[in-house]
Design a protein around this ligand. Structure first.
Ligand SMILES: Cc1cc2nc3c(=O)[nH]c(=O)nc-3n(C[C@H](O)[C@H](O)[C@H](O)COP(=O)(O)OP(=O)(O)OC[C@H]3O[C@@H](n4cnc5c(N)ncnc54)[C@H](O)[C@@H]3O)c2cc1C
Length: 463
């Protein structure tokens, strides 16, 4: 007789595996279904972790080639061992996915190996067995969006998965889509010696980003040698023995032109994935973009079936999925799980990094909110100067009347770490003055946050 469970989670990405661990911590008999050979989902296997491993390694290569000399460190004969770099990336992934396996054992979460299908409400079928589940959590994640006229072979026309596996540095990498994934992986291959061209349909990179920050970010990447073709749409591709010829035209229409590439990275976005899950047959409603529709408590329209992570609406981020995983497990256990979407940071791990939390100026204007801006450049930050990393700035947006912090946008070295204190501030409902009156270690990059908070009130000290 197959076992029955209080909770069966389908998908072991950051949403699903965290939901399973939290449910087990709360005393619920829990299983997690995963069809991959390893746990950890997109994030650990082919997403966040391997991309950050390559970003780190390629940045070291960049430093050895171009940045160390100014520090008086002379390195001769720098060369690239791409096979070793890729092997290290593999080791990092293995350590992480094995870590999740260990956590499942520690918390007594049963891993059901195979593709899960909701046979009916309360029933999940895996590898020919049907398991009873009082509660089902759909956490099946997302997949990359295809583009008409381009056939992905993961060798010459690749998604992010293929772009993480290249065994040779392409002479010319064309990235279709100026979003986070395209810019991060474009940066990796640029640093390793590729010529990189990014084609973007819109007139700017990462359109959800604060516009002022976005412009500065584009300038910084252009200075690094990445080429941009904005307001351009790709209409087709031809493969030959040596590479790919792309055809493209202005987004608004006009004469078409061709561009040669050794490798094309298709990164125009990701979409919810629920193929073969049987969700619709079980009566679960999807929206017009194939996302599972949930209420404020992650419940679908079918009692006992919940959904979290990339497969529902909201930013496709691992930590957002994790927060939802914790919240849904607590809700199922009768607690009051909750996610504060106003305090979910988002980071682009290029160098310098871009980090944002809360609302942009454009969003505040659209909502008619009166706000104040405090800005501080890293050129005036002692630590940034010592590091020779002075690109970028911190910008804090606060309510004009209450001074409550509504958003923050950072371009700069380690911005993804620097922003954490502002995320905490927003979580606690802090004012800009609260940050400004908090002692910050000297010299630290985070002093730029304090100064930006002081600047909200027009009283920055070091500029
Ligand atoms: C290249 C890249 C870089 C990224 N970098 C970052 C980053 O730096 N920071 C960040 O926050 N986010 C990043 N992301 C996004 C992040 O990976 C996702 O937001 C996150 O993985 C979503 O988690 P999830 O649990 O919802 O789904 P996923 O991680 O996609 O996991 C879903 C799992 O469900 C499994 N599955 C699907 N259907 C079934 C089924 N029927 N039965 C059994 N198993 C099933 C899949 O095999 C998969 O393992 C990146 C993504 C990519 C592609």
């Amino acid at each position: 007789m197959p076992e029955s469970f209080d909770v069966i989670v389908i998908g072991a990405g950051p949403g699903g595996y965290v939901a399973a661990i939290r449910a087990a911590q709360l005393g619920l008999r829990t299983a997690c279904v995963e069809s991959r050979e390893t746990l950890g989902g997109t994030c650990l296997n082919v997403g966040c972790i391997p991309s950050k491993a390559l970003l780190q390694s390629s940045e070291h290569f960049e430093e050895a080639n171009h940045k160390l000399a100014q520090h008086g460190v002379t390195v001769k004969g720098v060369s690239l061992d791409l096979a070793r770099m890729q092997a290290r990336k593999g080791e990092v992934v293995t350590a992480n996915v094995k870590g999740v396996e260990f956590l499942f054992k520690k918390n007594k979460v049963t891993w059901l190996k195979g593709k899960g299908r909701i046979a009916a409400p309360g029933k999940v079928e895996v590898a020919g067995e049907t398991y009873d589940a009082k509660n089902i959590i759909i956490a099946t994640g997302s997949e990359s969006v295809p583009l008409k006229g381009l056939e992905v072979d993961e060798k010459r026309i690749v998604t992010s998965t293929g772009a993480l596996e290249l065994d040779k540095v392409p002479k010319h990498l064309v990235v279709i889509g100026g979003g986070v994934i395209g810019l991060e992986l474009g940066s990796v291959w640029k640093r390793l010696g590729a010529e990189v061209t990014v084609i973007e349909f819109l007139d700017r990179l990462i359109p959800t980003m604060d516009a002022e920050l976005g412009k500065q970010f584009e300038r910084v990447l252009a200075k690094q040698g990445i080429k941009f073709k904005l307001k351009t749409k790709v209409t087709g591709s031809k493969l030959d023995a040596k590479g790919v010829t792309l055809t493209m035209e202005p987004a608004a229409g006009g004469a078409s032109e061709e561009l040669r590439a050794d490798v094309v990275l298709l990164s125009i976005g990701r979409r919810a994935y629920s193929e073969g899950l049987g969700a619709q047959d079980a009566g679960v409603a999807l929206d017009d973009r194939g996302r599972v529709v949930v209420d404020g408590k992650f419940a679908t329209n079918v009692p006992g079936i919940y959904a979290i992570g990339d497969v529902i609406a909201g930013p496709m981020l691992a930590h957002k999925a994790e927060e939802e995983g914790v919240a849904v497990a607590e809700i199922i256990a009768g607690q009051h799980g909750h996610v504060n979407y106003a305090a979910i940071p988002s980071v682009v791990y290029t160098w310098p990094e871009v980090a944002s939390v809360g609302e942009t100026e454009e969003q505040l204007k659209a909502r008619g909110v009166d706000y104040k801006v405090g800005k501080f450049p890293f050129t005036a930050n002692g630590r940034a100067r010592a590091m020779a990393e002075t690109d970028g700035f911190v910008k804090i947006l606060a309510d004009k009347t209450t001074d409550r912090v509504l958003g923050a946008h950072i371009l700069g070295a380690d911005a993804g770490t620097v922003i954490a204190e502002i995320v905490t501030a927003i979580e606690f409902g802090a004012s800009a003055e609260d940050i400004a009156r908090t002692s910050h270690a000297h010299p630290s990059l985070n002093e730029a946050v304090k100064e930006a908070a002081l600047a909200v009130d027009g009283r920055a000290l070091h500029i």
